[in-house]
Design a protein around this ligand. Structure first.
Ligand code: IMP
Ligand code: MG
Length: 170
């Protein structure tokens, strides 16, 4: 499948990530959040965001969640069992690449609540404009985009195109 037009350039992404970093700094000043990056999609976003924030006491944790095989959704979120009680009583920031149906974040937030996190916030680079069966309102959003399948900057199609520097429509 050929990749299509550039939706977001490296410069646009870099600028927006810096802005999100400033906002996160303000919110988490003086706190010790656990930052959970949802792998593999959030790989680049998480790394760039961490360079844009200044929270010496943040703890980083990566969680590997999957709901897709190719462009098809498998229906369930795999990988949530990796979470444990260590989040109890702590503020948690979830960092993900894209909010699509919302299933992933809703399931993750639910699990973190059950494990007793004191505050759960979400930061996504992209949010697709589309109707959703489950609703989730992210606390920080990089860009709101049309309901198209996108790749690059961590986002893949069957493990391909993840390392593209820009975000492109497939
Ligand atoms: P959800 O539908 O909100 O649960 O999104 C689940 C996951 O699907 C996201 O974290 C992405 O990893 C992946 N995903 C959703 N839309 C796209 C896309 O347009 N391109 C690549 N991955 C996507
Ligand atoms: Mg993902």
């Amino acid at each position: 499948m050929p990749i299509g037009r550039v939706l977001l350039t490296q410069a646009q992404i870099r600028k927006r990530v810096r802005e999100l970093g400033h906002s996160l700094n303000r919110h988490y000043r003086g706190q010790q959040p656990i930052i959970i990056g949802v792998m593999n999609g959030a790989l680049f976003f998480l790394a760039d965001l961490l360079r844009a924030i200044d929270l010496g006491d943040a703890e980083i944790s990566c969680l590997r969640l999957a709901s897709y095989a190719g462009k098809k959704r498998t229906g369930q979120i795999r990988g949530l069992d990796a979470l444990d009680q260590s989040v109890a009583g702590r503020p948690v920031l979830i960092v993900d690449d894209i909010l699509d149906t919302g299933q992933t974040l809703v399931a993750l937030v639910k699990r973190l609540k059950k494990l007793g996190a004191s505050e759960i916030k979400t930061c996504v680079l992209l949010e697709k404009r589309r109707p959703r069966k489950v609703s989730h309102k992210p606390d920080w959003v990089g860009f709101r985009i049309a309901n198209e399948f996108v790749v690059g900057y961590g986002l893949d199609y069957n493990s391909r195109y993840r390392t593209l520097r820009q975000i492109r429509v497939l």
